[in-house]
Write a protein that binds this ligand. Structure first.
Ligand SMILES: [Zn+2]
Length: 106
């Protein structure tokens, strides 16, 4: 299959394009349906994780932004500022997870 963003040939099992890093979309209905059900992490959980464990980037791990989570863990949430910014983003409803989905208030 090919990346829908840059057109590079990518492995069938690849989740992101190795060339441009964009998340790959799949045609399979099974995948699509399960993706829709999984769409969006829980807003309340993310807010609480950010509030209590934001310095360690735990809310980033929960929302699939693992790379940013690691950076936040190492920098202690950007000395707390980054964690605070994330907390405000979550509160205002504009925080997006690693897949670009907004959080879901259940
Ligand atoms: Zn690509």
């Amino acid at each position: 299959m090919f990346c829908q963003n840059c057109g590079a040939e990518v492995s069938e099992k690849a989740v992101v394009c190795v060339k441009c890093g964009v998340a790959l979309k799949r045609g399979g209905n099974v995948y699509k349906n399960s993706l829709n059900e999984e769409e969006g992490k829980d807003w309340t959980t993310t807010l609480l994780l950010c509030f209590f464990l934001g310095l360690f980037g735990i809310h980033r791990f929960y929302t699939n932004s693992t790379a940013i989570g690691v950076v936040q863990l190492v920098t202690l949430g950007g000395c707390g500022i980054w964690a605070l910014v994330d907390f405000i983003l979550i509160l205002s409803g504009s925080y997006k997870d690693g897949d670009g989905n907004l959080l879901v208030k259940k």
